[in-house]
Design a binder for this molecule. Structure first.
Ligand SMILES: Nc1nc2c(c(=O)[nH]1)N[C@H]1C(S)=C(S)[C@@H](COP(=O)(O)O)O[C@H]1N2
Ligand SMILES: [Mo]
Length: 319
């Protein structure tokens, strides 16, 4: 049942985040981030043209050395072909339903084995960090892929600020639980809230980012606003959306898709064309917008930066 479509979102809802990020207490300290792209400059930008972005004309304002030069997946596909089970299980459900989500105010809790546990308002959480356009290949476990220009900052920035103790071996993430806005949470298709995790070295890897935008603009709700994880050498489901909690823990944390089907989705979930999913091959993928399938690359093509973290591990066992 579709009550309201994305195009019907009143402009007042679209500007919500902008207003939130202009709050007085945020402006007071925004000067620290005056140079380059910051959360402040991002959320000061008009967001209304976001829906008109396309892949032909867009250029990163704040490129990074990690950017792929492959053709970008059109904004339209990035924002209408989604997985976000909190809003339904079909690819079109998130873009039709995510407008219901209230992202202001938003808090992020950091807890566990850290010297600096805290509950941050979102703007304080992201304020100190310089944002970069990270143009990454993204590979969904279902066999499709995209090239998405995320806007974000390294997760390692957050980890350094939290000052984890020696007891912190893994980082656990949690999505918002709010079934009256996330109607998918009224069904038990997954156990809610959605949870994910990374080993500490994976979390510290410079490729791992927290994204607050894409195509240089505020993250659309269907893509995980206001804050989501992006881990480009792993299958897409590791990229947990709409994060409210980050915990530093001693043991490998549970993950939503592993709970759902442990024989199909492992904790590591590194993109690996040599290890098939029990029900399909992972050797090839369909890049959204292309007709012919292309070979899937080991670690999604990021092996130079990440393979050493898994040396000596049996990647069939630790899939
Ligand atoms: N909270 C939450 N995060 C999630 C999901 C989800 O259902 N809920 N789906 C995952 C899956 S399977 C994929 S492929 C990516 C899709 O991200 P995108 O829609 O922005 O491309 O989000 C991941 N993060
Ligand atoms: Mo996925």
């Amino acid at each position: 049942m579709v009550i309201k479509k994305q195009n019907d979102i009143p402009s007042s809802e679209i500007t919500d985040e902008k207003l939130y990020f202009n709050r007085r207490n945020f402006l007071k300290t925004a000067a620290v981030a005056a140079a380059g792209a910051t959360a402040y400059t991002l959320f000061s930008k008009k967001n209304s043209s976001a829906f008109a972005q396309d892949n032909n004309s867009w250029k990163p304002a704040n490129p990074s050395k990690f950017d792929t030069t492959e053709t970008l997946t059109p904004y339209k596909d990035v924002t209408t072909y989604n997985n976000f089970y909190e809003f339904g299980v079909d690819k079109s459900d998130p873009s039709e339903n995510a407008w219901r989500l209230t992202t202001t105010p938003w808090t992020v809790e950091v807890d566990g084995n850290v010297k600096k546990p805290a509950i941050y308002h979102l703007e304080d959480f992201v304020k100190p960090y310089k944002l970069e356009d990270r143009i990454y290949r993204m590979r969904c476990v279902e066999g499709w892929s995209m090239v998405i220009p995320w806007l974000g900052f390294p997760l390692s920035d957050i980890i350094k600020r939290a000052e984890p103790t020696a007891a912190a071996k893994f980082v656990a993430f949690q999505t918002l639980y709010r079934p009256n806005e996330m109607m998918g949470q009224q069904n038990n298709v997954l156990q809610w809230p959605y949870v994910e995790g990374l080993r500490m070295d994976e979390a510290m890897n410079p490729l791992t980012i927290l994204a607050v935008g894409l195509y240089g603009k505020t993250l659309p709700k269907q893509d995980g606003a206001p804050l989501r994880l992006v881990v480009p050498w792993k299958y897409g489901f590791k990229g947990i959306k709409s994060i409210v909690k980050i915990s530093f823990v001693g043991n490998q944390p549970p993950t939503s898709w592993n709970r759902y089907a442990p024989n199909e989705y492992g904790f590591y979930s590194n993109v690996n064309p040599n290890v098939d999913h029990p029900r399909w091959s992972q050797a090839r993928e369909r890049r959204i917008g292309e007709f012919f399938k292309r070979p899937t690359l080991m670690f999604n093509g990021y092996g130079d930066q990440v393979a050493s973290m898994y040396s000596g591990m049996d990647l069939r066992k630790y899939f």
